[in-house]
Write a protein that binds this ligand. Structure first.
Ligand code: GLU
Length: 311
């Protein structure tokens, strides 16, 4: 039986919050370093429109890597499976999210999956449009449709902060260009502009939970009845969330929690409990793999208390 009241959630949040002292806020993107380490909030969005929440639910967070699932869905819808998976693989990795090592040791040089940075950069580069503005707006419109919130935008400070410091991501792009995984005419600076804006798209936990809900319901927005993402694309995204969504801790997460989820270095986690509800979490203190340390604890408590594992 799923969670029935925000009071139940509040108890779990306070229990999980204790873990925040063992984590660290990401600061390799300088603007993210301003977050408060002991913050923790959660929203759950049910298909009938009911929402439960605990913590400071108004706070906006940037999506960071969570955006990679959404850009993947958009690009799969635009270009089809053959084109997309001609450029990026379907396999999980034991390496960190920003690792370059497999690009050099594997032949052909194809990023292992769309949720590590190398794969995500290839996917973002496939978003259709003539200019960065046009391409970014397409992604933003898609997100606004999923959240039913036309005010969603991005945080300029975080985007700029990442753009100015993204040397490793630039290196990944040039490596991929050299090995023909990115078109020869790819302008890396423009791609970084688009990618850092994508990662800096911001929303609160309720919006995040609503996106999780659309994935949980196989691409349908249960409130409008509209199929926003085709079922097969939603299924592919959820499968990647299970196998690669929590960086190189995805195996342990699948065993202990068993919910399709995607995390980001801002401390956000978007969860999609199949057929049941969407989850949005914000807890900026991260563990050594880059996942929200208290967010994972909270999901573990939720999964155990309400038998949410899909396995
Ligand atoms: N913008 C981040 C980067 O590419 C996203 C990483 C993440 O959230 O894991 O470094």
């Amino acid at each position: 039986m799923p969670c029935q009241s925000s009071d139940e959630l509040k108890i779990l949040v306070e229990e999980a919050r204790i873990c925040t002292k063992n984590g660290k806020v990401a600061n390799y993107i300088p603007a993210l370093g301003k977050a408060k380490a002991n913050d923790l909030s959660i929203a759950i969005h049910y298909p009938d429109g009911r929402c439960l929440s605990a913590g400071n639910i108004e706070k906006k967070i940037t999506l960071q890597s969570i955006s990679k699932v959404i850009s993947l869905a958009l690009v799969l819808m635009d270009r089809g499976l053959d084109d997309v998976f001609g450029h990026v693989g379907m396999e999980p990795t034991g390496d960190p999210f920003n690792s370059i090592v497999k690009l050099e040791t594997m032949a052909p040089t194809k990023p292992l999956n769309p949720l590590i940075n190398a794969g995500a950069l290839v996917v973002t580069n496939m978003i259709k449009g003539n200019t960065v503005e046009e391409r970014f707006l397409r992604l933003l419109s898609f997100i606004r449709e999923m959240t039913n919130d036309s005010t969603i935008g991005y945080c300029e400070e975080v985007a700029r902060s990442e753009f100015e410091t993204s040397h490793l991501n630039r290196a990944l792009c040039y490596f991929l260009k050299q090995h023909n995984m990115m078109a020869e005419n790819t302008d890396v600076e423009q791609l970084m502009d688009l990618y850092t804006k994508q990662c800096a798209i911001e929303m609160n936990c309720l919006d995040l939970a609503r996106i999780g809900l659309v994935f949980a319901m196989d691409g349908v927005d249960p409130l409008s009845g509209k199929q926003i993402i085709p079922t097969d694309v939603a299924r592919i995204c959820k499968t990647f969330m299970v196998t690669c969504g929590m960086y190189n801790a995805s195996g342990e997460f699948a065993i202990k929690i068993g919910i399709p989820a995607k995390s980001g270095v801002s401390g956000g986690i978007m969860g999609a409990v199949p057929g049941k509800f969407g989850i949005g979490i914000f807890g900026p203190a991260l563990d050594e793999k880059g996942n929200s340390i208290a967010g994972i604890k909270l999901l573990e408590l939720l999964s155990k208390n309400y038998q949410l594992s899909m396995f």
